[in-house]
Ligand binder design. Structure first.
Ligand code: 13P
Ligand code: SF4
Length: 384
């Protein structure tokens, strides 16, 4: 017998899990109470009134109450593609987190405005690499005499100025669905990669997809002098990983994998590549949120699936596939608290503000940053 996802102890992780990283952001306008029974109708009416002038994008980790109003749902890659493909809508309401909305702003036309319903919806992983820290890291690489050999690759989960840094140095953005292709591209150009900010996605891709050894990878710690690495280690390494991680995916352990295999004979373990290396190495399948959804859609009725990713998505999959045994990989279930900040009251407020002619919570990346970040994002969109 497995415990239904709903009955497990609950945690909220994400930006809110990291003391001091919460943004103090006031809500522009009056936020409707979550208990307002008219919220669904209000969202429907506002969206209908806005018609084609608004395009709502929803990441797979969003709450059900929000995702039902999305025109398109997707993983980070699909949402970036979709944002770039809709030049007719003057307003793009992005139900996701800050770095995704920034990328949408960079990829949309100048006349379009991207709105994030709650400006406090950040990402603790993206916050783990600041522009100054990355500049300092590059100085360390230069001092070690290796910078000319290094191609920077940043995960989509990074701020626009980190993407701009990468674009300025001839690198590329990647997501969890194209990290191998991005690394193939980068290693055709240079001998080493500086991978920002998720050490796990970088290591998992290098070792499990590219055939590197763990010894080919070193970890640069931004809070240690010279990253905690000597020039020799930097010269010998093929992959320089930034010490960043996702607190939501960091919860899954090999013990959770072993435990579910014991409890549920024949279970398939399917995890996101932001999980730690040991977890990913012991899983049956690894992939982005979009891949996880496609895999469950194609799965045999009666099959069992333990999924290592954010709870909103796992719960939606469990509800969508009553003929399959879908469970959360860990014993304690866990939302991404910042994804969860976008709730129906915030969506209603954003849409009703637009109906009233008020454009609030606009995400605008300055022109110079956008220029270089776009180079790295376009390079990603052009990957074979
Ligand atoms: P995907 O690109 O797989 O949707 O992942 C985004 C993310 O933030 C996972 O934590
Ligand atoms: Fe950031 Fe995604 Fe982790 Fe949330 S689940 S903290 S958005 S990396």
């Amino acid at each position: 017998m497995t415990t239904p996802v709903q009955d497990l102890p609950l945690l909220l992780l994400g930006r809110g899990a990291d003391p001091g990283s919460e943004r103090g952001v006031d809500c522009p306008g009056e936020l409707p109470p979550a208990s307002d029974p008219a919220l669904v109708e209000r969202a429907r009416a506002a969206k209908a009134a806005l018609g084609d002038s608004v395009f709502v994008l929803g990441h797979h980790y969003q709450r059900d109450e929000v995702i039902r109003f999305a025109d398109v749902t997707g993983d980070s890659f699909k949402l970036a593609q979709q944002a770039a493909a809709r030049p007719d809508a003057p307003f793009v309401v992005f139900c996701g987190v800050h770095f995704m909305a920034e990328s949408a702003d960079i990829l949309t036309a100048d006349h379009q405005q991207v709105i994030l319903p709650d400006l406090a919806a950040g990402c603790s992983m993206a916050d783990m690499a600041t522009f100054d820290q990355v500049e300092e890291c590059w100085d360390v690489l230069e001092d070690a005499g290796v910078a000319d050999d290094v191609v920077p690759v940043t995960y989509m989960n990074s701020s626009a100025d980190i993407k701009a840094f990468v674009g300025r140095h001839g690198g590329v953005v990647c997501t969890s669905s194209n990290a191998k292709r991005a690394l193939d591209w980068a290693y055709a150009k240079g001998k080493k990669v500086l991978f920002l900010p998720d050490q796990h996605l970088g290591r998992n891709t290098a070792v499990l997809d590219m055939g590197f050894s763990l010894d080919d990878c070193v970890v640069y710690s931004p809070h240690r002098r010279e990253g905690g690495l000597g020039p020799r280690q930097l010269r010998d390494a093929k992959m320089i990983l930034w010490r960043g991680h996702c607190s939501v995916h960091g919860r899954f352990t090999v013990e959770s994998v072993n435990d579910v295999r014991e409890r549920v004979p024949g279970v398939n373990v399917l995890v996101h590549p932001e999980c730690r290396h040991e977890v990913v190495a012991s899983a049956d399948l690894i992939g982005s949120t979009e891949f996880i959804i496609r895999t469950l859609d194609a799965a045999e009725p009666g099959s069992s699936w333990a999924i290592g990713t954010e709870l909103n998505l796992v719960r939606r999959l469990a509800n969508a596939h009553p003929d399959k045994n879908v469970m959360f990989l860990d014993k304690t279930v866990c939302y991404c608290s910042t994804m969860n900040r976008i709730d129906l009251p915030h969506l209603v407020l954003s849409l009703e503000n637009l109906v009233a002619g008020k454009v609030e919570n606009v995400i605008r990346v300055d022109e110079e940053t956008a220029h270089y970040a776009r180079a790295a994002l376009d390079q990603m969109l052009a990957l074979p």
